[in-house]
Design a protein around this ligand. Structure first.
Ligand code: CMP
Length: 141
């Protein structure tokens, strides 16, 4: 498992956190933990209550609803925010499709970071709007 300084370096390469200064990034790095998954491992299960937010540090994960693949997420992309924002059940399964490393935050650390870093909140909103637009233009959805 990477130490906090290694995680801070990884976070610096992720667009999601590039707007933050080093001090803030270092502080944030200490709040999450790195988790590793094998190809085929379920990271998030649809319908369950969410307690984690995930940022992909390496590898690839598929967002699936039943047999439908909604998105493939790679380095620098996040998932698990929906359940933490509205405290509802997970909207989809997220499954590693390659060896995957994620940086995971608990719901309370996630809320604190979003509340105190408007740049992070805005980047998250922009990505969520992008996903909504993509879902609206997917034939048959
Ligand atoms: P959550 O509902 O907590 O858990 C499943 C996650 O999959 C969800 O948060 C989002 O992060 C992600 N997700 C759901 N629908 C889509 C989509 N259409 N495109 C990309 N990611 C999605």
């Amino acid at each position: 498992m990477a130490g906090a300084s290694e995680t801070a370096t990884l976070l610096a390469s992720v667009p999601f956190f590039t707007g933050l200064d080093e001090k803030k990034r270092n502080a944030i790095a200490t709040q999450g933990k790195e988790l590793s998954y094998k190809a085929g491992d379920a990271i998030v299960d649809e319908g369950t209550m969410g307690v984690g937010f995930y940022l992909v540090l390496d590898g690839k994960a598929e967002v699936r609803k039943g047999s439908k693949v909604l998105a493939t997420l790679g380095k620098g992309q996040f998932f698990g925010e929906m359940s933490l924002i509205d405290e509802g059940p997970r909207s989809a399964d997220v499954v590693a499709i390659a060896p995957t490393k994620c940086w995971a935050l608990t719901s309370w650390a996630f809320s604190a970071i979003v509340k105190t870093n408007p740049d992070v909140a805005l980047l998250m909103l922009k990505e969520m709007v992008k996903r909504l637009r993509a879902a609206q233009t997917t034939p048959g959805s």
